[in-house]
Design a protein around this ligand. Structure first.
Ligand SMILES: NC(=O)c1ccc[n+]([C@@H]2O[C@H](COP(=O)([O-])OP(=O)(O)OC[C@H]3O[C@@H](n4cnc5c(N)ncnc54)[C@H](OP(=O)(O)O)[C@@H]3O)[C@@H](O)[C@H]2O)c1
Length: 322
């Protein structure tokens, strides 16, 4: 089968380790099944993998990709849940299983014509979603869903700030938050992305670091060091910052005085459960919200998508079709 793999690591030039070509078909172990991929989405995770984050040299070559939608062996249209873990070992939540792994970390990923996954990782794809739309859900959109509705715990009528409006998680958080009746503020360094954040449903879009018209209940933080201080300053007393990423660096000042004096909470989050993915898919059907797709490329042209993500030259998800 045709697949996109990481064949070596290069922290400075990650695309140099990207290989496109033939790989053996998957051989699913007991309890696993093979999905024929119809669409697969790119995540920052794939760039981290090429930089050697979360993978060891001896695991190479590794097929990249966490996200896919396709057809299972029985002909059902499915979304692939990327988290491989045992809910029983994780207090009922597979993302908390200490042995949890994501597709492409230990097992070959989704940027291929076929992918092997545990049977329990298949979620029915609603007919209302295209394969390209459904492929955006398992990582960025699921992560945003859990951040907003499980971790930030903001009620309709509440307020959130989404930092770095152009990213996959950020565009998802803006659209999901607005659809759920939240007042969403977004920041971006680019005027074009700020304009597009408004189209997605943001109440207001501001330059990175700008003072908000009001303090918010929660911040959706994926950028890290570059926006951290602004995130803390933007919270109301007792507010929460939910963090899943550190694209710009992972060691900002903790600003402890601000944190305890204003009784702020910092909450880490990663991906989401199979159940949350199922509910996310239903939420999109109910609300009519659809993932913001920056571009759809043939899998054979995946390098172009990786380059765009590396440059930050995107708004929403990049999707590949085998
Ligand atoms: N823990 C999890 O489960 C999980 C899941 C998904 C993603 N993540 C992580 O979350 C992060 C975001 O991932 P993603 O795929 O959504 O998108 P991404 O492509 O990494 O996000 C790009 C956005 O980050 C902002 N940004 C980047 N560098 C910046 C800087 N120096 N200053 C200010 N803003 C900056 C940009 O915003 P503007 O250009 O609009 O300013 C850009 O739109 C990544 O680090 C990823 O690994 C974690």
């Amino acid at each position: 089968m045709f697949a996109v793999t990481a064949s070596r690591f290069d922290a400075a030039d990650p695309l140099s380790g990207l290989t496109l070509g033939e790989r053996p078909d998957p051989a699913p172990p007991e309890g696993w099944t093979t999905v024929t991929v119809k669409a697969a989405a790119l995540n920052h995770h794939d760039l981290w993998s090429l930089q050697g984050v979360g993978l060891r040299e001896e695991q190479l070559p590794m097929v990249l990709g966490c996200d896919a939608a396709g057809v299972d062996e029985d002909g059902n249209e499915v979304i692939v849940h990327a988290v491989i873990g045992d809910p029983g070992a994780g207090f009922g939540d597979e993302t908390l299983d200490p042995k949890r792994t994501l597709l492409s970390e230990k097992h070959d990923g989704t940027l291929a014509e076929k992918v092997a996954v545990p049977r329990r990782n298949l979620v029915p794809k609603p007919a209302e979603l295209s394969f390209e739309e459904a492929a955006c859900l398992p990582t960025a959109w699921l992560t945003a869903y859990r951040m907003l509705f499980t971790k930030a715990d903001v009620a309709p009528g509440g307020t959130v700030l989404v930092q770095g409006a152009g990213g996959g998680v950020a565009t998802a958080a803006i659209a999901l938050g607005a659809a759920a009746g939240l007042r969403v503020y977004a920041t971006s360094r680019s005027q074009d992305k700020r304009d597009r954040a408004l189209e997605l449903g943001a109440h207001a879009a501001l330059e990175s670091g700008a003072r908000l018209p009001e303090r918010v209940d929660a911040v959706i933080e994926t950028v890290g060091e570059a926006t951290w201080s602004h995130s803390l300053k933007s919270l109301r007393p007792g507010g929460r910052v939910v963090v899943v990423g550190s694209t710009s660096g992972q060691a900002p000042s903790a600003e402890l005085q601000r944190m305890f004096f204003l009784q702020l909470s910092v909450i880490g989050s990663t991906m989401g459960t199979r159940d949350e993915l199922d509910r996310l898919a239903r939420f999109l059907v109910t609300t009519g919200v659809r993932p913001q797709i920056d571009r759809v490329l043939p899998l054979r042209e995946a390098r172009e998508g990786f380059a765009a993500m590396r440059e930050g030259d995107l708004f929403g998800k990049i999707v590949f079709t085998p």
